[in-house]
Write a protein that binds this ligand. Structure first.
Ligand code: FES
Ligand code: FES
Length: 163
């Protein structure tokens, strides 16, 4: 099959790639670029495990062809925090037991990261609504919501202290 040249910027790094027109973005991220934070759960746009940030919006990367992302700025969980420099959302999930098996967690945190950028001080209801596209097979929703609200409070307190 003929391939198409595309360019993706992932976590600040530019990649020129040859992809087949049928290839999904999640497959190119995981298999071609070896960026395996975004997970494949359902591959049918239900679970949100594959959530990445594309040009400032949360996108389920199993619903996007790689060629459709040509020229895009993409952020995955690897671009949000690192083992040596965890994001507040990551420390909050750890402290408030926001994960069990952890399979949904990269997508949850990537989605929550965008949610808090759009709404830095959400209510519990707004968090639940904003996270509705991300499913947790371990059903840890109470603590996921608690983790996101605690991270928002911590980020807001840090922001106020800096002002
Ligand atoms: Fe993409 Fe489930 S793998 S939404
Ligand atoms: Fe297991 Fe969410 S922590 S799927």
């Amino acid at each position: 099959m003929s391939k198409t040249q595309i360019q993706l910027t992932v976590n600040g790094e530019s990649h020129d790639l040859l992809v087949e027109p049928r290839e999904l973005l999640i497959h190119v991220l995981r298999e071609t670029l070896d960026i395996t934070g975004p997970h494949i759960g359902c591959e049918t746009s239900h679970c949100g495990a594959c959530t990445v940030d594309i040009d400032g919006a949360s996108v389920k990367s199993c619903t996007r062809l790689a060629v459709q992302a040509d020229g895009a700025q993409i952020t995955t969980i690897e671009g949000i925090g690192t083992p040596d420099d965890l994001h507040v959302l990551q420390t909050s999930f750890r402290e408030h037991h926001g994960l069990q098996c952890g399979f949904c967690t990269p997508g949850m945190i990537t989605r929550a990261h965008r949610l808090l950028k759009e709404n830095p001080n959400p209510t519990e209801e707004e968090v639940r609504f904003g996270m509705a596209g991300n499913l947790c097979r371990c059903t840890g929703y109470q603590n996921i919501v608690k983790s996101i609200l605690a991270a928002a409070a911590e980020m807001n307190a840090a922001q106020e202290a800096a002002e």
